[in-house]
Design a protein around this ligand. Structure first.
Ligand SMILES: C[S@@+](CC[C@H](N)C(=O)[O-])C[C@H]1O[C@@H](n2cnc3c(N)ncnc32)[C@H](O)[C@@H]1O
Length: 273
């Protein structure tokens, strides 16, 4: 390689997450929360604002609607009835706070790599103090992370693109969960189904086998449910199923393929065929 080529090779940004997480609250999140989310949806719930219709699994909301993704998360919790839930990348804490209002008997925790995100969460929901903490889901697994029956994320793993970090995150979420992982993510940003299957086949999932399902909330949001045991739900075998009906983003899908292409899974003895 030429000297110029070598210099360029060393200084280039190879791949990166979508945001600089150290300044993310001020750069983007706080403004988005105030401007786009709070003006359209209920972000804080008090006692009696949310209720679960046990027969249908639907969450009823008094007053302003929940964002469809949040509606889905709460409905999945209501239908699966875990004893504990943990949110990875809980940000401003709204979803964990809704969950603890609606399901006071379920133990709720949240983790985020951003200290300023957690500061914001406590400012918005002081009752979360002691329930949330710093967690980088792309680090090697930590026994200090709270275990939970259900571990979920919303709009977190979709933004992780550094090296093979999103594979690490998915594998860690499965290990942190006793029974279920719920991904409420933009399904064009990663080949979530393909990547989970590759992790399973390569022996990277603590459960050994994982069952993949598509779940849908009563207001239209869709998510990927990973379950340790088989469930009576529509099975997912491809990302195309999750992407059905969405206008494809060529840029995102190309990046997803590049991300998936970085994974070397398992232990391959026959590498030359
Ligand atoms: C788009 S925000 C979503 C926040 C929240 N889930 C919500 O729906 O409002 C992405 C969040 O993921 C967090 N995050 C990014 N990388 C992470 C990592 N490696 N481990 C844990 N959290 C992470 C960010 O700090 C940020 O709070």
């Amino acid at each position: 390689m030429s000297i110029l080529g070598r210099l360029f090779y060393k200084s280039r940004k190879f791949y990166d997450d979508d945001f600089d997480w150290s300044s993310y609250t001020a750069d983007s999140y706080h403004r988005r929360l105030k401007g786009d989310v709070e003006s359209n949806f209920r972000t804080v719930s008090g006692e009696g604002d949310l209720s679960l219709e046990v027969e249908t699994g639907k969450v009823n909301v008094r007053g302003d609607a929940l964002h469809p993704n949040v509606q889905l998360i709460l409905e999945v919790i209501g239908q699966l009835q875990p004893t504990s839930v943990h949110e990875v990348g809980c940000g401003g804490g709204d979803h964990v706070a809704h969950a603890s209002v609606l399901f006071p008997d379920i133990q709720v925790t949240g983790g985020d790599r951003g200290a300023t995100q957690l500061d914001l969460a406590i400012a918005r929901h002081p009752q979360l103090l002691g329930k949330i903490g710093i967690q980088d889901i792309t680090m090697p697994f930590s026994d200090q992370w709270p275990r939970a029956d259900l571990v979920y994320s919303q709009a977190v793993i979709m933004h992780i693109h550094t090296a093979v970090s999103h594979f690490v995150a998915l594998s860690n979420m499965v290990r942190q969960a006793n029974k279920y992982v719920l991904l409420v993510e933009n399904v064009q940003c990663h080949n979530f189904v393909q990547d989970l299957i590759a992790l399973e086949e390569g022996g990277h999932l603590a459960w050994g086998k994982a069952h993949l399902y598509q779940v849908e909330g009563s207001t239209g949001a869709r998510g990927i449910l990973v379950s340790r045991e088989p469930l009576d739900l529509p099975e997912l075998v491809s990302d195309a199923q999750m992407r059905a009906g969405e206008a494809p983003s060529v840029r995102r899908l190309r990046r997803s393929d590049e991300d998936s292409g970085r994974a070397l899974t398992g232990f391959v003895r026959e590498w030359r065929k």
